[in-house]
Design a protein around this ligand. Sequence first.
Ligand code: F6R
Length: 375
Amino acid sequence: MVCNNFTGGENRVLNPVYCMDIESLLNDAPAMYKVDSMDMFGALSGLPEQCKDAWKIGMDSPAPEAETISNVLVTGMGGSAIGGDLLRAYASGKMAVPVAVNRDYTLSQYADKSTLVIAVSYSGNTEETLSVYEQARKRECTIAVITTGGKLKESADKDGVPVIKIPGGLAPRAATGYLFIPALAVMQKLGLLKNVEDEIKELEDELEKIKKNITPESALEHNAAKQLAREFYGRIPVIWGAAGTTGVAAQRYKGQVNENAKAPAYWNVFPELNHNELVGFEVPRDLLEKLHIVMLKDKGDHERIKTRMEITRGIAARSVSGVTEISSSGEGLLARMYTLIYVGDYASVYLAVLYDIDPGPVKIIDYLKSELAGR
Ligand code: F6R
């Protein structure tokens, strides 16, 4: 369908697919649900409950036993790996041992018997993760597996490796609670973290609190996720977080725009971006005008980073279409990271709707995996 009076990216008034003002579309929940064949909106709405359930599953499942753990390595890809980044960010101020995230076929050389390897794959069939799992077995690492099943579960069952079995039926990126929170339970059982349940409870409460304002039923004027999708529409999102606090959320925003809206997006972190990326905001001007920057803010950001953000905003605003700031809410770092992610997750699904893209299927990933399997 072509809308005669669509004016394209200029004033972005009408969406050519729906012949509808994009603001009216963002306020039409039934129309938005129609595009969402895999019920990504439903999965998002269930996130607080998923987090609660994930903690219970983690605590009720077997955990590895180990006398000494000197480092933790989470291995996984895509939606299964982001939980590793969350763990790394969360653990860096709380755990005495370092956490690394491995997104590759190869296990880092330092990994040995004192390394706890957490192999995470929603499907249980991701070849990079299966490859690292096998190497971890050979190196006699302590291993835990988080999966719904697949070859990973088969191998772990055969090898006597503890499996945290999570519910299937979701897109992996809609299952971050299940893919991440059981790892926290493993940390607690191994004595590497304490009192995590208090933060899980706060996380559920904070997510419930902000959910009311970001669901399809909540009007655009009060809905930060819809407002963000409106800014992203027809533009390229660039998401900036801070190393150690909101960087992982920035990375997540990028991945969710890619996988849900099937659109490009880029991310970076302060302070590093002040030493290179920011210099590249002079030319080409017509393309820079197509960027929309999001700055993710957290009360735990270093004071100097707060100052950097303020100055940087002024510089970037001269050449891009606009800059939006989003602040985390909650007390604990877990709630703060996830509240930011929740807004971005919803925004990416709204953006898909605006482009008339079904947010659920990721045909390109499926195609790549099937091509690889045949070679
Ligand atoms: C799809 C998604 C992907 C997968 C990735 C790894 O929703 O998020 O990024 O997570 O292709 O697959 P799994 O999670 O099955 O190991």
